[in-house]
Design a protein around this ligand. Structure first.
Ligand code: TRP
Length: 336
C-alpha cells in the first residue's frame, strides 16, 4: 500500500538521542520503502508560538535540525524536507479548522496543558501557542498524510487531527484523510535523560545530542545515573532504573552480552566504570557515522538552504492542491 507520511520537529535546538530513537530512526526505515511518500517539516511557525520575541533562535535552529536530519540518514532524494513557514496554505487551512474546534476542546489537550505549566505561561498564553494543535492538524492534512511518525507525547495532536478530519468530511465533503500515529517501539518511546529524571530534554539539560563530540559523549556517560547504592565494585547493583542499562537495552546490539553484564552487575563484582565504558563503545558505533555525516554537510550551508527551498517548493504544490479541494468542498472557491 502506498503511504503518505508527514512529520516534523520544532527548530528550537539540536536533536538528541531521544529524538533519534523516538522518531528519526522510524523515519529512516519508512523512507527506504519506495511505496512511501515522506514529507519532513521543520516546524518553524510552531517554534515561534513560544519564541515570538526570539525569531533568530528559530532561524538558526532550522539549519541545526536540517543537519541532524541528514546526519540521521534522511535523504532529500527520497523524502521531501521543507520549512513550514514557506507554505502559506498551512496557515490558511488552520484558519478554517479553527472554526471546527472549541476553546474548551483545546484546553483539554493533555500535551498543551503540560506545556503551559512547563513553560510557566500562567494566564499569559500566546493565542498562537494555544491553537498549535489545530495548526498541526493543518500540517498533516494538507499532505493527506495517513501515517505520522511521532513520539507518544504527540498522540493528543493526532486525536485532535482525526476529530477535525471527521468533522470536516461530514460537514463539507470527504476530501481529507484521517491519519494514524506511528509510535516508536515499546520501551524506546521516552528515552530518559542521563540523570534518569524524566525524558531527555533540552530544558532539563540531560541530553546526548547527535552533534556531540565523542569527548562530550564520554563525559555525559560517565555522569550517568546508575544505582546510588552500588558503592563498591563488589556490591550487588540494580539494573532497573540504572540509565546505563536502560541505554544498553535501547542502543545495544549484542543482547547476550548485555544479559551477561546485567547478571554480573546484579550479583556484584562489576563496576560502574566498566559498564559505562561498554556503553560508550556502543554509542560511539552509532553516533560516529552520524557525526561525520553532519560535519560533512555543515561545510556547505548554501546547499542545505537549496535543499530546503526545493523541498518547500515541492511541498507547496501538494498543499495548494489540497487547499483548493478544501475550498471547493466548503463552497468558497468563488472564482473557480
Ligand atoms: N509538535 C511537533 C514537535 O513538538 C512538531 C510538529 C509540527 C509536527 N507539526 C507537525 C509533528 C505535524 C508531526 C506532524 O516537535
Amino acid at each position: 500500500m502506498t503511504n503518505t507520511i508527514l512529520t516534523g520537529d520544532r527548530p528550537t535546538g539540536k536533536l538528541h538521542l531521544g529524538h533519534y530513537v523516538g522518531s528519526l530512526k522510524n523515519r529512516v526505515a519508512l523512507q527506504e520503502d519506495p511505496e512511501n511518500k515522506m514529507f519532513i517539516m521543520v516546524a518553524d511557525q510552531q517554534a515561534l508560538t513560544d519564541n515570538a520575541r526570539n525569531p533568530q533562535k528559530v532561524a538558526d535552529n532550522i539549519m541545526e535540525v536540517a543537519l541532524d536530519y541528514l546526519a540521521a540518514g534522511l535523504d532529500p532524494s527520497k523524502s521531501t524536507i521543507f520549512i513550514q513557514s514557506q507554505i502559506p496554505q498551512l496557515a490558511e487551512l488552520t484558519l478554517y479548522f479553527m472554526n471546527l474546534v472549541t476553546v474548551s476542546r483545546v484546553k483539554r489537550n493533555p500535551t498543551v496543558k503540560a506545556e503551559i505549566l512547563q513553560k510557566e505561561f500562567g494566564e499569559s498564553i500566546p493565542t498562537g501557542f494555544f491553537v498549535y494543535p489545530i495548526a498541526q492538524a493543518a500540517d498533516i492534512t494538507a499532505f493527506k498524510a495517513n501515517l505520522v511518525p511521532v513520539g507518544d507525547d504527540q498522540q493528543p495532536m493526532l486525536e485532535q487531527t482525526r476529530e477535525i478530519v471527521r468533522d470536516f468530511n461530514n460537514i463539507y465533503a470527504p476530501v481529507l484523510v484521517e491519519p494514524v500515529a506511528v509510535l516508536p517501539p515499546k520501551g524506546s518511546g521516552r528515552l530518559p535523560g542521563i540523570d534518569g529524571q524524566g525524558k531527555m530534554s533540552k530544558s532539563l539539560n540531560n541530553g546526548i545530542y547527535l552533534a556531540d563530540s565523542m569527548d562530550v559523549v564520554k563525559k555525559k556517560v560517565m555522569q550517568m545515573y546508575t544505582d546510588p547504592q552500588h558503592i563498591h565494585v563488589a556490591d550487588p547493583g540494580r539494573v532497573e532504573g540504572n540509565m546505563v542499562f536502560t541505554y544498553l537495552d535501547v542502543f545495544g546490539t549484542d543482547s547476550e552480552k548485555i544479559a551477561d553484564l546485567k547478571a554480573q552487575y546484579q550479583k556484584g563484582g562489576l563496576g560502574d566504570v566498566a559498564i559505562k565504558r561498554y556503553l560508550i563503545d556502543v554509542l560511539d558505533n552509532q553516533l560516529t557515522p552520524m557525526r561525520e555525516r553532519r560535519e560533512m554537510f555543515a561545510k556547505d550551508p548554501a546547499a542545505i538552504y537549496e535543499m530546503l527551498q526545493k523541498g518547500s517548493e515541492a511541498a507547496e504544490k501538494v498543499a495548494a492542491q489540497t487547499l483548493s479541494e478544501v475550498k471547493t468542498a466548503m463552497g468558497i472557491n468563488y472564482f473557480k
